[in-house]
Design a binder for this molecule. Sequence first.
Ligand code: HEM
Length: 674
Amino acid sequence: IFHQQPYYPAPEQYNYTGYLPQESYGQPLVALPYQAPQPGFGFGPSPPAAGLGPRPGPNNFGEIPTAPQGAGCQPPVGPCPNNKYRTIDGSCNNLRYTNWGIPNSKYARLLPPKYSDGIHAPPTSVSGEPLPGSRLISIVMFPDVPIPDPVWTLITMTWGQIVTHDMSMSMGTTQAKRHSIRCCDDNGRLLSNNPDVHCFPITIPEDDPVFSKFHRECMNFVRSTTDQETGCNAGNKPAEQLVVVSHWMDASFVYGSNQRLADTLREGIGGRLRVEFRDGRPWPPAAANKSAVCDQQTEEEPCYQFGDRRANQNPQLTVLQILFLREHNRIATVLSHINPHWDDETLYQESRRVLIAEFQHINYHEWLPIILGTDNMLKYGLLYKTKGFTSDYKENVDPSVINAHAHAAFRYFHSSIQGQFHLIGEDRNLLSAVRLSDYFNRPTIIEKGYNFDHLSRGLTTQSQEEVDPFFTSEITDFLFRAGRPFGRDLRAIDVQRGRDHGLASYNDYREFCGLPRAHKFEDFSDYIDVERIEKLALLYNHPDDVDLSVGGSLEAHVPNTLAGPTFLCLLTEQFYRTKVSDRYFYELGGQVGSFTPEQLNEIRKSSVARIFCDNSDDLHTIQPQGFLKISEKNPLVSCNDYDRIPSIDLNFWKEESYSHAAPQYGYQEDYKKK
Ligand code: HEM
C-alpha cells in the first residue's frame, strides 16, 4: 500500500547496508558469518534458506545526518552544559541534537508506516478488505501450550519487562487501567453511537472459546496519541506515535523521566530515594492516587510510587523495582561513609550514575547475550572484548526507540510470561504457587511475612516460559481481570497496536532485514513451519498482509538466540543504537561522565545475582548466574561468597580532597547493619 503513497520516502532510501562499527579501543571477539537456523531447531521444522542468511544488526539508519527526527516538534533545549551527570529527561545527552531521547518525542521508524489512507487510518488487506481480527489471530496462531524454559529463569522475563519500561511507553495508552475512552459498553457490545475517534476496538469472534460464554463481541482498544494531536503534524503527514518516558537506557523506571517526579522521589538527605520503613524493612512510598494505578481490594493494601507508573502491574516486576530502589539507597549509604563531605546532591547523582552503570552492564553483558546471542552482539559492535574503555560513541545515531521494536519485536517476549509464579523457600522448596491474574496491579502480596524473599527466590528458581508462539491464557484471556472471570487479551492487543501504529508488514521487514520477500505464503517456509503457514494462509488474503507481530513471532530462532532472524535484526538494531548514541554509556572513555579505569573495572563485577543478594531481606544463597537455572554448573552459593558473586568496591569512588564534613547518616541503622 505504501508504494502508492507519493509522500513516503522510496523504500530504497532505507537501504540496509549491514554497517559494522570497527573502531574501538577494544576489538570485537569474532565476526562469525550469520547462521541460518537449522532444520528442527527451535519450535518447528524449518529448512534453512539457501546460501547466507540475512544480516541482522546495526546499520547506518540510526545515523541521521540532517535535522533531528526523533524529537518531533519539540524545540531544541539548551544551552547544554557538558555535565558529568545525565539530566533526568535525557536532554543534553547529545550535545548537537540536544532534545534527542527526551520524553514526549516520536518513536523512530525503519520503514515508512502503512496506514490505509497514508495518514492515520489502520491498514487494510492489499485486497482492500479488512485484515483478520486480532483476537482471531491470537486464538489461532498463539494458543496456550505451557513449556517451561529448560535454561532460563523467570527473572529473565521480568528483566526484559524492566528494560522495556526504562526505554518506552506509548502516549495515550493506560496500560493496566481501564481507559476513560469507551469503544465498547460494559456488556461488551460495540458502541455504535459516536464512538471516540481514538476507538479501534478488537472484534471478538462469535465462537470465541472464552469470551463468547460471556456474550462479549468487543474488547476496548484505544489508539495511541500521535504528533497530529500534539500540534506537531498538521495532518498532512503520516501520524507518528510518541514515547512518554526518556528513550535512553538510564534507569528512568527508578528515577522518573521528568524533574518534578524525580524530585518527589528523593528523600533530600544522604542522596537517598524516599522509602517507608515497616518491620525494619524499606518499602517504596505510597502512590499519591492509589486507585489510579492499582486494583486494591481494600484501602490498606499497598500501592507504590516509583519512577515508572507501570511498576505495580505484576508482583515480579514490583519486586525488581524494589530491589533497584534499595540498591540506590545501598550505594548512597556506602558512598556517604566513604565521602562524608559529599552533600545530598552529589551522593544522589553519584549513586544514580553507579546504578545506571550496573544496569547497563548487566543488560549488555548478562541479559542481552541471552536474547541476541553473544556472537551476534560481538559481530555487530554491541559487545567488545576489552578490559579498557570503548570509543564507539556516535553523535549522529538517533537513540529513539524504534516503533517496530517496541510494538512488535520486543513484545514477542510476552511469550516468556509464566501463568503462575512460585514462592520458594531457602531450600528451594515450593511454598505456594499463585495465579498471575489474581495479582495484576496488586502488589499486596509482597510485604506479607517473608514473601519478598520467597518471591525473589521464585524469580531466580522458577523457569520462564519458553519463548515460542505459545502465550499463557493468563495474559490472552485473563489480563487485568480484576476479580472478574475474564479479562483482556495481550496478544490481540499486540497485533492491534502494531496496526494502530501502521507498522509495515512482516514481509516488508523480512526484506528490510535481508530475507527474501515472499510472493506466496509458501515462501515463508524458510523460517516458518508448514502447519503455521497453512493457518496464516487461511487467515490472511495475501502474504503482504501478515502483521509483523505475527510473522516475526512464528520464525524459528537463530541458534543461541531467543528470536528468529527478522526480530533479531530489529532487536539488534535497537540495542546497537541505544548503546552507541549514549554519550554517558558506562564503558565509554574520554567523556566528562566517564568512570576511571579502576571504577569501570568494579562496575564490570555487577551481576543480577549480586543485586538480589544485596537487596533482599534475608536471602542466603543464589546461583552466580541468576538468569540461568540452578544446575551443577551453576549451583547455589552463599551470598557471602564474593569470589563467585563479586561485589563492587565503592572505595574507588573515594574523593581525596576531604573537607571533614559530618557524614550524612540516617538510613535506619538497623537496616544498614543487616
Ligand atoms: C507479566 C508480564 C507482562 C505483562 C502483564 C505485560 C503487559 C503489557 C501491556 C498491558 C502492555 C501495553 C499494551 C498496549 O496497550 O499496547 C505492554 C507493552 C509492552 N510490553 Fe509487556 N508485559 C509483560 C512483560 C513484558 C516483557 C517480558 C517484555 C519484553 C521483554 C515486554 C515488552 C513490552 C513492550 C516492548 C511493550 C510496548 C512498550 C511501549 O509502549 O513502548 N513486556 N505489556
